[in-house]
Design a protein around this ligand. Sequence first.
Ligand code: 5GP
Ligand code: ZN
Length: 114
Amino acid sequence: MSDCLFCKIVAKEIPAEVVYESGRTLAFRDLNPQAPTHVLVIPKDHHADAAALADAGDDLAGEVLKSAQEVATIDGVSEDGYRIVFNTGAAAGQTVFHVHAHVLGGRGLTWPPG
Ligand code: 5GP
Ligand code: ZN
């Protein structure tokens, strides 16, 4: 998708601070972090949201979750705990329609998030 922000990050047309990369995923720090660890994990191929990712097959959704776990380990938050969030749809706050898992950690995370 030529007009997709995160496709442009995958294509290195827009810079990002990459934390981790697997064969089919890329993880980079959020531009506007909401916690000490705030990393976005995306499939390199364009899928609009979590529902499309779930339908993508070939365990792509599993690879995104595995990459989120790798990010938590790299940032040292896997033992204390971290949160994985997929905002899905505009009403849930999704603003970039290339599916991304927010990996949040490094501070106390309240629940429910509000
Ligand atoms: P959403 O609201 O769609 O769940 O999350 C989109 C996230 O992308 C936001 O947390 C926002 O800060 C982040 N973001 C928007 N533009 C950029 C960008 O150009 N680079 C990076 N690294 N993050 C971005
Ligand atoms: Zn895209």
